[in-house]
Design a binder for this molecule. Structure first.
Ligand code: TRP
Length: 333
């Protein structure tokens, strides 16, 4: 699996909230398209999940479901290393070292920390503050060249680069400096009921389509999608956010270009367009939902993927951790 000729990719999603159509189009679908060309590791970031209060039983269940969904979306466990973050203690161990090379001023500037601490005023814990350092260790442990993330995580990848460069400045070339990798199309699928904000996994509202939603639910959600008072299917993400978002979704699900979509629906109402988008999404998600259900019934298989992922990821991670420990002067007999 380790192939030095290929560039390495690492990314992950926290198993908080249900995966959505936005997670699929914005992240996982792109990961699938990278699996042949790159040497990829995809993580379930369960340690990042506990920075806000959560239900342990739900976290446990969602972790397994998310793994099944990764595979059902097309991530092949034979081609990628799929693993659970907490199975590799090196993430926490490297995070401690990196903490000592991260400035409090840098963490104070993190937008996500500022937003989350404003939202959870009763629980501004040190883990929430330290979140980007754990994320830096996720990336640096594996010598990742590229880190596919959404816009909202770019600042964290930039901080990771700064930490790595600072460490390298002191100890020589220990870490590879990673690049954020932001996919062009469909990087950001917006909420169906509020097209100005991202389709989030935590919001289980009408605005998010879940990967596991049944067809009738999906169709109803699209019928209710917010559009505008014009009746013209036209791509204009500035002025027609709702319609443009639906066009992006439709384009990804059918392969049609925006121009084709505009032509096909010229003179037709939004009702017809929304029905077509809903139907296309139903067909895109159907095989994923069915395969995820089938996999979830085969826990022995999922557990074997997890065990193998932990072995393969652990091997890479511990090589890096021991290099770092040596560099900083931790004594080893
Ligand atoms: N913080 C990321 C998010 O919320 C998830 C994540 C954790 C991640 N560790 C990572 C993404 C390492 C890329 C690389 O989406």
């Amino acid at each position: 699996m380790e192939n030095t000729a290929k560039k390495r990719i690492l990314s992950g999603i926290k198993p908080t909230g249900e995966l959505t159509l936005g997670s699929y189009i914005g992240a996982i679908k792109n990961w699938v398209s990278l699996q042949d060309e790159y040497d990829c590791l995809y993580m379930l970031a369960d340690m990042h999940s506990i920075t806000v209060r959560h239900d342990p039983a739900v976290l446990r269940r969602r972790t397994l479901e998310q793994l099944a969904q990764y595979i059902a979306c097309g991530l092949d466990p034979e081609k990628n290393i799929l693993f659970i973050q907490s199975h590799i203690p090196a993430h926490a161990e490297l995070a401690w070292v990196l903490n000592c090379y991260t400035m409090v001023g840098e963490l104070n500037r993190m937008t996500q920390f500022k937003e989350k601490s404003a939202k959870h005023t009763e629980n501004i814990n040190a883990g929430l503050y330290d979140y980007p350092v754990l994320m830096a260790s996720d990336i640096l442990l594996y010598n990742a060249d590229l880190v596919p993330v959404g816009e909202d995580q770019k600042q964290h990848v930039e901080l990771c680069r700064d930490i790595a460069a600072r460490f390298n400045g002191i100890y020589g070339d220990v870490f590879k400096i990673p690049e954020p990798f932001i996919p062009k199309l469909g990087a950001r699928i917006m909420s169906l009921d509020d097209p100005a904000s991202k389709m989030s996994k935590s919001e289980e509202s009408n605005g998010s389509v879940l990967l596991m939603d049944e067809p009738n639910i999906i169709k109803a959600k699209f019928r209710r999608a917010v559009t505008d008072s014009e009746t013209c299917v036209r791509y204009d993400p500035e002025n027609k956010k709702g319609v443009s978002n639906l066009m992006t979704i439709y384009s990804v699900c059918t392969g049609y270009t925006y121009e084709q979509i505009e032509n096909d629906f010229s003179g037709k109402g939004y009702g017809e367009f929304k029905t077509a988008v809903g139907d296309a999404v139903v067909e895109t998600l159907r095989p994923i939902r069915e395969e995820a259900k089938r996999l979830l019934a085969d826990k022995a298989y999922l557990n074997s993927v997890i065990t193998k992922g932990a072995e393969n990821a652990g091997r890479i991670a511990y090589r890096m951790l021991s290099k770092v420990y040596k560099k900083v002067g931790f004594y080893r007999p």
